[in-house]
Ligand binder design. Sequence first.
Ligand code: FES
Length: 114
Amino acid sequence: MSTPAEWVEVASLRELERRNRKLVTVGAEPIALFLVDGEVYALADTCVHKRRSLSKGTLLHGRVICPGHQWSFDPRTGEADGQDRCQPVHAVRVDDGVVYVDPRPRALTPEESR
Ligand code: FES
């Protein structure tokens, strides 16, 4: 059973709206925030493939494209199209224009991990 999230304040929604992305650090971990269709998503910034920085990538049709080798990640689940590795994702809460992240990577639901 999972314990409740311990939310960490990381950014304002307004900051994210400028470039639709922002690199933040929670504890020692760099986390890339992305704003996609009005929703905020948080992924580990260091790519599971060869450790490039996802926050330096691009957003294309709602996917996060890594600048290293153009793996295309679903920001909701961290799954990479056509790859068997998954980028860790973090739960996000937006409250009154403030973005909070759960520092622990989130486990996918059975529906998401299909
Ligand atoms: S480092 Fe991200 S796709 Fe290779």
